[in-house]
Design a protein around this ligand. Structure first.
Ligand SMILES: Nc1ncnc2c1ncn2[C@@H]1O[C@H](COP(=O)(O)OP(=O)(O)OP(=O)(O)O)[C@@H](O)[C@H]1O
Length: 362
């Protein structure tokens, strides 16, 4: 492997069930001390990918490397316990007949005193030392999660694989548990692959997000980059509601009801979608049937009529029926802005905040 920092490498992994390809030539690398979130809609193949990395399922093609060594390819396949990885699944799967200390010590080998010291240390790290002799059923969901984390990290795995590890926790607890888990993972320097279908969780946890769709990774990058430079309309939609303005390239421009958009490098006649998040539309007042003057930054405004407006906590969401077409636009306005249904207003689109994509072939 080229990079010594790479702790897990999935190389061209494919897996089919009943002749349906669920993971499709997927490649991904994870570096030491970084959390990578495998993010995508339900059924896109995230858990299957994780299970292949763990060794509880086997790929049809491709190879898995851990810390530079091949743990699975066409000719050999190491079982999960021989891969130097930790696993943490949704239900925590603590052993019910073992107490907390025994659960945490389960995967440790070697000298008894060294093992006991490691168990103590891990329980202290997760703040569960007082519960060493309690049994899993005596613990709350959050406490079980902390024990499961201590158990997964006790053998100092190079790689930790986590499948929706916070989904069993109630909302109020979840944020705190996520943050403390993240602190501990950073201290340990473990490379983490975390499966989630929640964009907010991925944004909060990840150093790197790998966005997955239909068995393939469509984009990999830091949360900021994935959010601000989505690779296509679906990638943008995964993180927030979006508005879409359609048009066709003419010269290096696409003309729309919101004025012309620069679309350099696209062939004449290409159908394009201009995608804009609701917080990046600007609202202006109606001045006897006219809107604000066009600007280079915001193009021409288009008129719409308020359909409904709701306060959604910190922001107001205003829906507009647009004059130019039977289309609804959603605008998110900071604070309280609740114009009456039927009020005419003008919307404009910030050119530096919208994404222009060629329409995918039907
Ligand atoms: N052992 C199996 N046998 C047959 N089909 C399977 C098997 N495991 C997974 N699948 C199918 O493969 C597809 C991908 O499943 P997978 O669990 O990897 O998706 P996911 O992205 O993790 O979804 P979710 O977020 O809902 O857990 C699904 O359609 C699922 O039904």
């Amino acid at each position: 492997m080229a990079d010594p920092e790479t702790q897990l490498e999935l190389r061209q992994i494919s897996r089919s069930f009943d002749r349906r390809r669920v993971v499709d030539e997927l490649s991904l690398t994870l570096n030491a001390g970084e959390v990578t979130c495998l993010l995508g809609p339900s059924g896109c193949g995230k858990s299957t990918t994780l299970r292949i990395a763990a060794g509880v399922d086997q790929q049809d093609a491709g190879a898995v490397y851990v810390a530079g060594g091949c743990v699975s390819d066409a000719t050999h396949h190491l079982p999960p316990e021989k891969r130097g990885i930790g696993l943490m699944f949704q239900d925590f799967a603590l052993f019910p007949h073992l107490d907390v200390a025994q659960n945490v010590g389960f995967g440790l080998t070697g000298d008894k005193n060294v093992k006991a010291a490691r168990v103590r240390r891990m329980l202290e790290r997760v703040g569960m030392q007082k519960f060493a002799s309690a049994y899993p059923h005596q613990l709350s969901g959050g406490e079980q999660q902390r024990v499961a984390l201590a158990r997964a990290l006790a053998p100092s795995p190079k790689v930790l694989l986590m499948d929706e590890p916070f989904s069993g926790l109630d909302n109020r607890l979840r944020d705190a548990v996520r943050d403390s888990t993240l602190d501990m993972l950073r201290e340990e320097g473990t490379a983490v692959l975390l499966v989630t279908h929640e964009p907010e969780e991925a944004m909060r946890m990840a150093d790197q997000i790998a966005l997955m769709r239909r068995g393939r990774i469509v984009q990999v990058g830091a949360p900021y980059n994935i959010y601000h430079a989505p690779v296509d309309r679906k990638a943008a939609e995964f993180f927030s509601d979006v508005n879409v303005i359609s048009g066709r390239v003419d010269g290096a421009l696409t003309n729309t009801p919101f004025g012309a958009f620069l679309t350099p490098g696209m062939e004449n006649g290409t159908e394009v979608e201009i995608v804009i998040r609701p917080q990046h539309l600007k609202i202006d007042f109606d001045r006897a049937g006219r809107g604000p003057n066009p600007t280079q930054q915001e193009g021409s405004p288009a008129r719409g009529v308020v359909e409904r407006a709701r306060f959604v906590g910190h922001n107001s969401l205003v829906e507009f029926a647009m004059d130019y077409e039977d289309v609804l636009m959603h605008v998110l306005v900071p604070g309280v802005f609740l114009p009456k249904p039927g009020t005419p207003l003008w919307l404009s689109v910030r050119r530096d905040r919208c994404f222009v994509f060629a329409c995918p072939a039907p």
